[in-house]
Design a protein around this ligand. Structure first.
Ligand code: ZN
Ligand code: ZN
Length: 375
């Protein structure tokens, strides 16, 4: 090949490349932003005119998360793993509410939100401080404590009950929760009956006897002083009644870890209540939901006006003022927010907006969790 021919071919390649190469803005205009971002592994940027049928463009968050961190005290072997830090919005970077207290390498689960099984699998990859692969051995997936029976805290239960079943013999699961949990679990067992029957015939891993899970109602429980509901060699667990919308029974759980004496409280959903303050009394860490007050006008529910939203949503969730009262009255040392309803102004989305509102209100030692964090 002559040098002139080589030059011609090179020029053709350059010209062709120039004709097909596009700027990021051009791709964005063509709706190709997500594809571009998948290649770049860049934070999600909301394309112009972004719409979803289930939420709406005004409160759809821009998902810019940090990676998971180990924030647990190095001298305390008991840990809390945040498997899912999400709320009902379908945020692909936050699984539904799901936590695990880990003591002596054994897990106790709190709440079972959307994606539970995958959240567990993802957590194993994201943490090195504890050997989570052995913590989550099939036989160890046994105890679950549900704060309440709202869908976003329970929709992972079919996974908790049935998904491990495919991989070998496990433990019969015990699922503690408010009255109605027994019926819910019995119905879930019944709903997946066809699958279970087939697995028992087709797999040597399964045995025919017994239920795969039972629901254990923590009921009646109305005394704000709470009551011990569970104890073994690793933990003791007390339950306290809380207030969350119009549900008759919602609970907070207080774990005391036996080897190292940590007090770990789990508030579930709800505004300030005496039971919640008792659950968090001088606790080392409280894991709790929270909601923006500043941007409540962007909430997609709770009425038409801001005044209505404050009243109705305030009956369900934890505004900054409530959080301050909770910290003051309980003496809790560290607050970790999960299930954060951050209805930001879409033009000025701030991932840490609710945390900063809390701090501005005078709440101290408050952090925002991401999936995979250890505390
Ligand atoms: Zn709820
Ligand atoms: Zn919830």
């Amino acid at each position: 090949m002559t040098s002139k021919a080589l030059l011609t071919i090179t020029l053709i390649i350059i010209l062709t490349t120039a004709a097909t190469a596009q700027t990021y803005e051009e791709n964005l205009a063509k709706g190709a932003a997500t594809t571009e971002q998948n290649f770049l592994n860049a934070p999600f940027v909301k394309p112009k005119n972004w719409k979803t049928p289930y939420t709406g463009p005004t409160y759809w968050p821009i998902f810019e998360n940090r990676g998971p961190i180990d924030r647990s005290p190095a001298d305390k072997p008991s840990k809390v793993l945040v498997m899912g830090s999400g709320d009902p919005t379908p945020n692909p970077y936050r699984y539904g509410p799901a936590l695990a207290v880990i003591v002596n390498g054994y897990p106790y689960f709190i709440d079972c939100g959307e994606g539970w099984w995958r959240a567990m699998g993802k957590s194993v990859q994201s943490q090195g401080a504890v050997d989570l692969a052995s913590v989550f051995a099939l036989q160890n997936l046994k105890y679950m404590f549900l704060t309440h029976l709202h869908e976003d805290h329970t929709v992972g239960l079919p996974s908790f009950i049935s998904s491990p079943y495919k991989f070998g013999p496990g433990a019969e699961k015990k699922i503690y929760g408010p009255a109605g949990v027994d019926v819910m679990i019995a119905n879930l067992n019944a709903a997946w009956r066809i699958d279970r029957n087939e697995m028992m015939q087709g797999s040597t891993m399964q045995k025919a006897d017994g239920a795969t899970a039972i629901g254990v109602p923590v009921w009646p429980l109305t005394d704000p002083k709470g009551r011990k509901i569970f104890e073994d060699d690793n933990v003791s667990v007390e339950a306290f009644p809380t207030e969350h919308g119009f549900l008759q029974h919602t609970y907070a759980y207080r774990f005391t870890t036996k080897p190292d004496g940590r007090i770990l409280a789990f508030g579930g959903d709800g505004h300030y209540s005496e039971g919640l303050a008792n659950a968090a009394r001088n606790a080392d860490v409280l894991f709790i939901e929270s909601i923006t007050r500043k941007n409540i006008k962007f909430a997609p529910w709770g009425g038409d006006t801001e005044e209505e939203k404050v009243k109705i949503i305030g009956a369900y969730h934890m505004f900054p003022k409530d959080m301050r009262k909770l910290q003051k009255n309980s003496g809790v040392k560290q607050i970790v927010m999960i299930h954060v309803q951050n209805y930001n102004d879409p033009e000025h989305f701030d991932r840490l907006g609710v945390r900063d509102e809390m701090r501005a209100e005078g709440v101290e030692n408050i952090l925002l969790a991401e999936d995979g964090d250890l505390y």
